[in-house]
Design a protein around this ligand. Structure first.
Ligand SMILES: C[S@@+](CC[C@H](N)C(=O)[O-])C[C@H]1O[C@@H](n2cnc3c(N)ncnc32)[C@H](O)[C@@H]1O
Length: 198
C-alpha cells in the first residue's frame, strides 16, 4: 500500500479528465523515472511531470508548434528544471525516433494549444500512430493517459478511433479503462487509461 499519510492528506475529488490523468500520473511515477509528455502545449503538464520525476528523472516532451516549445521552455527554465526535460519540436508520432529507452508513463492531452490557432489540433491518424508507439515504449506496469475533447469534429473522430484501439488491445498484455462523465454534456473531455501488464 502507498504511504497512508499521503492518502489521508489529500482527499480524492472527482473533477475532470485532466485531474484524473494527473492523479494516475502521481500514482504511477517515482523519482528517477523517464516519462513522455506527448503534447507540450503551454507546458503545464511538462512542468508537473518534471516535478514527479525529480532531479534524476527525465521528461521527453513533444509539440509541433514552436510557440508551444517556447512557452514550455520558459516555464521549465523558470522552475529550474531545464536539465530534467528534452523539449522536441516534433510530432508525437515520431516518439520512437527520439526516445531510446523504456518509459514509465506517457501523457496525451489532445486538441489545440490554448490561446493559439485552432487549426493546429491533434489529428486522428497521427494520434493513433503516437499512442501505438507509446504502448510499445512503456515498461511493464507503465501507463498511458489520453485526455480527449469530443467537443469538436476532429476530437470526435479521435475519440472513436482511440476507443476502438483500446478495446482491441490484448487483455493479456494491457488493461484499458475508458472514463466517460456519464451525467455531463456529450462534449465533456474524456479519459482513456492504458496500463501494460507486469
Ligand atoms: C491541449 S494542448 C496540450 C496542453 C498541454 N499539455 C499543457 O499542459 O498546456 C495540445 C497540443 O498538442 C499539439 N499537437 C498537435 N499535433 C501534434 C503532434 N502531432 N505531435 C505533438 N503535439 C501536437 C498542439 O500544438 C497543442 O499545443
Amino acid at each position: 500500500m502507498e504511504n497512508i499519510q499521503d492518502m489521508q492528506e489529500e482527499r480524492f475529488t472527482l473533477r475532470n479528465a485532466r485531474h484524473l490523468a494527473a492523479d494516475y500520473m502521481r500514482r504511477a511515477i517515482r523519482p528517477g523515472d523517464t516519462v513522455v509528455d506527448a503534447t507540450m502545449g503551454n507546458g503545464k503538464d511538462t512542468l508537473f511531470l518534471c516535478e514527479l520525476v525529480g532531479e534524476n528523472g527525465h521528461v521527453f516532451a513533444f509539440d509541433v508548434q514552436a510557440e508551444a516549445v517556447a512557452r514550455t521552455r520558459e516555464r521549465v527554465e523558470e522552475a529550474g528544471y531545464a536539465g530534467r526535460a528534452t523539449l522536441l519540436l516534433a510530432g508525437h508520432e515520431t516518439m520512437n525516433e527520439h526516445v531510446n529507452r523504456q518509459v514509465q508513463a506517457v501523457m496525451f492531452n489532445l486538441g489545440w494549444l490554448p490561446g493559439a490557432q485552432h487549426a493546429v489540433t491533434t489529428k486522428t491518424g497521427t494520434t493513433i500512430a503516437a499512442v501505438q508507439a507509446a504502448l510499445g515504449l512503456i515498461a511493464p506496469g507503465g501507463i498511458v493517459t489520453i485526455c480527449v475533447y469530443p467537443g469538436h469534429e476532429e476530437g470526435t473522430r479521435e475519440l472513436q478511433a482511440l476507443r476502438e484501439l483500446a478495446a482491441g488491445l490484448d487483455v493479456r498484455r494491457y488493461n484499458a479503462l475508458y472514463h466517460h462523465f456519464i451525467n455531463a454534456a456529450q462534449q465533456t473531455p474524456q479519459l482513456l487509461l492504458i496500463q501494460k501488464n507486469k
